[in-house]
Design a protein around this ligand. Structure first.
Ligand SMILES: *[C@@H]1O[C@H](CO)[C@@H](O)[C@H](O)[C@H]1NC(C)=O
Length: 390
């Protein structure tokens, strides 16, 4: 009797040791795997202070306060939606994406990643945010972050029409579709939790001025520049209220950059060749002032809504005026081609002038920032986002 009991206990005990051993091996492998993933995505220059903890915390994404990042806007944040519509505003070919993990041209207007990608990683979520229209991703993939943005778009419907891209109202329709799919797949309760706790990012407006107002005659004959700014602010307010009605509660509204210093604008500055266009920088400052007022108003009027005005203007101007302080060698032209006008289909693989090390450039093409600039801006914005939303 004693021997039977002894053997039984012995077997139970060794089986438990064995299971514990398997669990230990499993968790060592998991940690190793997350470190390898971290290393892989750190190539793009993720500073380890931001990256390491977030990679290690990725498993705890479930109880993080920001369970997803949801993005609206233009090429500053589009992760590839334009690949799936018919427009010339595309960038899914080399040399775009050459410093993206795997070196693939995803449709981001960058050599690597965009601010929402860096922010997602900093919040302990995935290192890159997929485009909603990309059939590679299912609703489960998209539940932790999704991008509805479209390069060439703006607040104004007429801006999206210029290059036949996705207007903001359609971005919102796609978001409604996303909500429906999430509810169907995850159930109403879980879907609502994600929708409420997610961080929403809006980044657009440059195209309304540069691609539309100052390029196409339509809006200019209808509005003075003052009136057009107010028209856009009205559209922004409308959009945020619609998002709020759909359940959003945490929003980062991005201000304009010093857009007079974009290489394309410098190159076409006939009054002061190669200098920043002061008129456009002043306009950006003025519009940012109005956006800031709008943000205060929205925080006031919408109960439970938190809106942050994310303003990269000053930092970016600093990078442009004192590039060497940040390890850049060039802040006047883009890396691609001559750097003065190439973007989209004319920034292509065969250009002999394209730079070899984009990390030395603030601008990637004539209109868009490099991966490294995006990373620096994201690290700066993340501090504010973290204190507001975590
Ligand atoms: C933009 O277009 C949509 C769809 O046609 C329309 O519902 C909306 O009112 C338009 N917005 C403005 C400001 O004209």
């Amino acid at each position: 009797m004693f021997w039977v009991a002894y053997h039984l206990l012995y077997y139970i005990w060794s089986a438990r040791i064995f299971v514990a051993f398997l669990l230990l091996i499993h968790s060592i492998l998991e940690v190793a795997k997350s470190l390898v993933t971290c290393r892989k995505f750190s190539i793009c220059g993720c500073s380890c202070a931001v990256c390491m903890p977030s990679c290690l915390n990725r498993k705890s994404g479930d109880n993080a306060k920001v369970p997803a990042i949801i993005v609206f806007g233009d090429s500053s944040v589009d992760s590839g939606n334009n690949n799936f519509i018919s427009t010339i505003a595309k960038s899914n070919f080399a040399p775009y994406g050459r410093d993206f993990p795997g070196g693939s041209a995803t449709g981001r207007f960058c050599n690597g990643r965009l601010p929402p990608d860096f922010l997602s990683q900093a919040f302990g979520l995935k290192p890159a945010i997929p485009a909603y229209l990309d059939p590679m991703y299912n609703i489960l993939d998209l539940a932790t972050g999704v991008c509805f943005a479209s390069a060439g778009s703006g607040y104004d419907n007429a801006t999206a029409d210029v290059l036949g891209v996705i207007p903001l109202w359609q971005e919102l329709e796609n978001y409604k579709d996303y909500q429906r799919r999430m509810k169907a797949y995850l159930g109403a309760k879980k879907a609502k939790e994600i929708i409420t706790e997610a961080l929403y990012i809006m980044s657009l407006g440059t195209n309304d001025f540069l691609e539309n107002y100052y390029t196409i005659p339509g809006r200019r004959s209808q509005f003075t520049i003052q009136q057009y700014q107010d028209f856009l602010i009205g559209l922004a307010e409308d959009f945020v209220k619609k998002l709020y009605a759909l359940g959003a509660r945490k929003l980062s509204l991005t201000g304009l950059s010093p857009m007079g210093c974009l290489p394309l604008e410098r190159a076409t500055n006939f009054m002061h060749p190669n200098s920043c266009v002061k008129e456009y920088n002043d306009l950006a400052l003025e519009f940012n002032g109005k956006l800031n007022q709008l943000v205060a108003k929205l925080n006031d009027e919408l109960p439970g809504m938190k809106v942050l005005f994310a303003n990269p203007y000053d930092l970016l101007l600093q990078l442009i005026t004192a590039p060497s302080q940040y390890g850049f060698e060039n802040a006047e032209v883009g890396c691609c081609g001559s750097g003065t006008f190439e973007m989209g289909i004319i920034c292509n693989r065969d250009h002999p002038l394209t730079c070899t090390d984009a990390d030395k450039y603030v601008f990637w093409d004539a209109f868009h920032l490099t991966d490294r600039t995006n990373q620096i801006i994201s690290a700066y914005l993340f501090k504010d986002l973290k204190s507001k939303f975590l």
